[in-house]
Design a protein around this ligand. Structure first.
Ligand code: PNS
Length: 162
């Protein structure tokens, strides 16, 4: 049987428990997942790409089916280079839908044989996003139920006073 491989792309700034949950769900459907951080010099970020790669590698150190990479350019080109048959994305709420729909259809136009798979995170992660995590971290709120411990440690270093 050929290896079923999907790419799970994103900014992961920072990785959250929602991302971890989605990877675990994705691994029930494919043999290998390439978690891929977009290198986007036009978008201001809290963590550098290298910091995000380190955090993701830490989070998935015990998951042999997960490979962490970064990419630039078109996602479909990267997916082809990685020999992926599918793109994995999380759908949390209706508000995600329009953007995800547009992206999935554009990716299909660019690469008709690459399917996008949408998975829903667990209910307790449904409201978690990297943006919300950055905001709560900025104001010193409790993040223990939102991010993995190693990400929490990194956030404390970024916001020592909060
Ligand atoms: O976590 P994000 O920021 O919602 O992830 C967005 C991402 C990285 C999946 C998307 O911006 C992307 O795939 N960018 C690569 C450029 C690309 O392929 N664009 C065409 C598809 S719309």
């Amino acid at each position: 049987m050929p290896t079923r491989r999907a790419v799970y792309p994103g900014s992961f700034d920072p990785p959250t428990l929602g991302h971890i949950d989605l990877v675990e769900r994705g691994l029930l459907m494919v043999d290998e997942l390439v978690v891929a951080v977009l290198r986007n010099p036009d978008k201001a970020s809290l963590f550098t790409v290298e910091e995000r790669l380190e955090m993701l590698n830490d989070c998935f150190a015990d998951q042999p089916g997960v490979r962490v990479e970064s990419f630039d350019g078109l996602l479909v080109d990267f997916a082809k280079r990685m020999d992926c048959q599918a793109i994995l994305r999380g759908l949390r709420a209706v508000s995600d839908f329009e953007y995800e729909f547009q992206m999935a259809l554009m990716n299909r136009r660019l690469a008709p044989d690459l399917e996008t798979l949408f998975l829903m995170p667990s209910e307790d992660q449904v409201f978690v996003s990297s943006r919300i995590v950055r905001e709560v971290a900025h104001f010193g709120g409790d993040l223990t139920s939102l991010v993995p411990d190693r990400v929490l440690d990194r956030l404390k270093l970024k916001f020592p006073q909060s």
